[in-house]
Design a protein around this ligand. Structure first.
Ligand code: NAD
Length: 310
């Protein structure tokens, strides 16, 4: 179908200004307008959005593009029934999320988070002699080796770490010394100092990290979650931290976001929390615009869409 009107849902403001994104698509072909939740969408052919809202389903749209890579909040069956194509923004977050994930590893190893906390208290405190460790020769297991996972693996490898990974079809991946299938998750994580999660949230990955997995991990290990909150059983994680089954966690995503103020995760020395911002960067809007532009071209030329999920 020909896309002559493209809406930009105001919810993209969560990640970049809707107007900046609209301007980036000004010469892409269709007329581009910013819409909010009170607007009638029936004049639109396609919509770019951060949030999913139920009324998108009955607006007669041909295509919805998610500015996030994760699309677990969208109802795939209902979209399929109505013939609405859904595309996501995977492929653009490997470098930035890789930097964030490896940045969390660096912080734990080099105690940067502890120094910053001491600075806020105006305290000059050196770490205990055996708190800090070199990342070189430490091991990282990256669970999920798509865009994010590869971004994490290559950066961890560049810092001299031994990198293993988990992948549904355990074929070799650059920068990853050994690749395990999901059935061997416990073997894959057993020796790792860092377990970094980079899978989408699906029925198979929900609570994939729970009590048995934390028990399988080293007690000096850290879990890094830049995927989706529910991939980790959060109460099992809290219990594992309390029981010193693992040493700490670097978390960008949570079961409930924003993380509730009464969560016990806020107040732990060996937990670093980031507000679902691992992918934030000033180029985010351009990168999404590149995917949308490419798909507008494909629509025009009758080719199948890239990044298509439904
Ligand atoms: P991707 O599709 O490129 O990679 C996901 C990989 O996980 C694929 O290779 C897939 O085969 C694999 N996978 C799926 N189920 C698996 C399982 N059970 N075991 C092992 N591997 C499995 O997607 P991506 O761009 O790398 O993003 C991955 C997820 O990370 C997204 O779905 C999203 O939820 C999340 N994400 C978070 C942020 C953030 O800001 N924190 C940014 C981008 C993406």
């Amino acid at each position: 179908p020909h896309i002559s009107t493209l809406g930009v849902h105001e919810s993209v403001d969560e990640v970049f200004p809707a107007a900046v994104f609209r301007d980036a698509l000004a010469d892409a072909g269709p007329s581009v307008e910013i819409v909010d939740s009170d607007d009638d969408l029936t004049a639109l052919d396609a919509l770019v959005t951060f949030e999913y809202e139920e009324y998108f389903l009955d607006a007669g749209l041909d295509w919805i593009h998610s500015i996030q890579a994760g699309v677990d909040r969208f109802p795939f069956d209902a979209l399929q029934e109505r013939g609405i194509a859904l595309t996501n923004s995977t492929g653009i977050h490997g470098d930035v999320v890789g930097e964030t994930a490896v940045g969390l590893m660096l912080s734990f190893a080099r105690r940067l988070h502890a120094h910053r906390s001491n600075q806020e208290r105006g305290e000059w405190v050196k770490p205990a002699w055996d708190d800090a460790f070199p990342l070189r020769r430490e091991s990282a297991c990256v669970v999920g080796l798509g865009t994010l996972g590869r971004g994490i693996a290559t950066r961890a490898s560049a810092l001299g770490m031994d990198v293993t990974g988990v992948k549904r079809t355990p074929t070799p991946v650059d920068g990853v010394d050994e690749v395990y299938p999901p059935e061997d998750l416990h073997d894959a994580i057993a020796d790792a100092r860092f377990v970094a999660l980079a899978v989408p949230l699906t029925d198979d990955t929900e609570k994939m990290m729970s009590t048995p997995e934390f028990e399988a991990m080293r007690d000096d290990a850290y879990v890094i979650n830049v995927a989706r909150g529910p991939v980790v059983d959060q109460s099992a994680l809290v219990d594992a931290l309390d029981a010193s089954e693992i040493s700490g966690a670097g978390l960008d995503v949570f079961e409930t976001e924003p993380l509730p103020a009464d969560s016990t995760l806020w107040d732990r020395d060996e937990v670093i929390l980031t507000p679902h911002a691992a992918g934030f960067n000033e180029e985010y809007y351009e990168r999404v615009a590149t995917i949308v532009r490419e798909n507008l071209r494909r629509q025009r030329e009758g080719e199948s869409l890239t990044n298509r999920v439904v």
